[in-house]
Design a binder for this molecule. Structure first.
Ligand SMILES: Nc1ncnc2c1ncn2[C@@H]1O[C@H](COP(=O)(O)OP(=O)(O)OP(=O)(O)O)[C@@H](O)[C@H]1O
Length: 301
């Protein structure tokens, strides 16, 4: 087993209102995995468990084949964590104080790289953390997570509050981080563009349950909207159709496009055009496929 992050039947109940899990998840080195889910689905709770800030009620959680609390220090020295909301201004007075703490705590802290990142993100050592904007604090969070060259980055909505310029820098640094080949990123995000550009795998979380672990390219290649010239008869048994939408045109949503196209051809149904399905739309269809759609509507209504 080569997984560097492994969850087996992990559960966490929060008061009477929310249960995360049971979760089973294996992440191998060298990949970026995006965790996607609506507000309140449990993403932050999961990250806090991975950082031992929240303890699971049951199941087994391992990072680098090690477990909390026995291996807390050796695990955390190999992890870079960006929490959902920046708290550094509550912990330190100046940028310099935060950097000194990080340099003391992480044996692998790279002063040269930290200076380079400060320059890139236009942060000055003497800046007072209380006076920094939310976005700038976020940038500092990223620097603190990156500059000790961790083997695993746990990022909880890392781009929240970043302007487009800083966002681009973050994307560049993530690409740079992954160049080493063996490093891993597990990131929660609501930004589908981030998933599309960065992720190798996508994990969907809904009401505390994982809906699946997908290879992103295979997911995007498999799911297609297909416009056809006539509605297939029910008896045609077209494969892969997850939804049919009919207004001025007829659209079929397929989760296995090649099979659907093949079945359409066999039934003499002409394809007018095909188009990729956006990840957020795939997520909505997966909810319905798992009979969870009405639960979601209930929540948002
Ligand atoms: N300390 C807490 N006390 C009470 N409820 C909590 C606490 N932490 C989390 N919860 C509840 O657990 C559920 C999951 O919350 P969590 O923050 O993990 O979701 P999330 O997916 O990160 O949401 P978002 O996308 O809004 O950040 C929510 O119903 C939340 O209200």
């Amino acid at each position: 087993m080569t997984s560097i992050l492994s969850l087996s039947q992990v559960t966490k109940r929060i008061e009477d209102k929310f249960t995360l899990g049971p979760l089973d998840l294996e992440i191998e080195p060298g990949v970026i995995v995006a965790l996607v889910g609506p507000n309140g689905s449990g993403k932050t709770t999961l990250f806090r468990m991975l950082m031992n800030m929240v303890q699971s009620d049951s199941g087994e959680l391992k990072l680098f084949h090690k477990q909390y609390p026995a291996d807390e220090v050796s695990i955390k020295q190999k992890v870079g964590y960006v929490s959902e909301t920046s708290v550094i201004h509550e912990m330190f007075k100046t940028v310099s104080d935060a950097l000194k703490f990080a340099a003391y705590w992480y044996p692998t802290w790279d002063v040269t790289y930290s200076e380079l990142l400060l320059e890139k993100f236009e942060i000055t050592r003497t800046d007072k953390l209380n006076g920094l904007s939310k976005g700038t604090r976020r940038k500092l969070d990223l620097i603190l997570a990156l500059a000790h060259h961790p083997d695993l980055l746990l990022l909880d909505e890392p781009s929240s509050g970043l302007d487009p310029f800083a966002w681009r820098l973050m994307m560049e640094e993530m690409a740079h981080y992954m160049e080493a080949g063996h490093r891993t990123v597990f990131m929660a995000t609501h930004i589908m563009d981030e998933v599309r550009r960065l992720a190798d795998y996508v994990v969907f979380l809904y009401h505390g349950k994982l809906l699946g672990f997908y290879e992103k390219d295979a997911l995007l290649d498999g799911w297609k909207t297909i416009w056809v010239d006539r509605l297939p008869a029910a008896s045609a048994n077209i494969k892969g159709i997850v939804a049919v939408e009919q207004d001025s045109s007829i659209k079929l949503i397929s989760d296995s496009a090649q099979e659907t196209l093949h079945s359409l051809k066999a039934n003499d149904i002409n394809v007018i055009k095909t188009q990729s399905v956006d990840l957020d739309e795939i997520f909505m269809h997966l909810l319905h496929k798992n009979n969870l759609g009405s639960k979601r509507e209930g929540k948002s209504g």
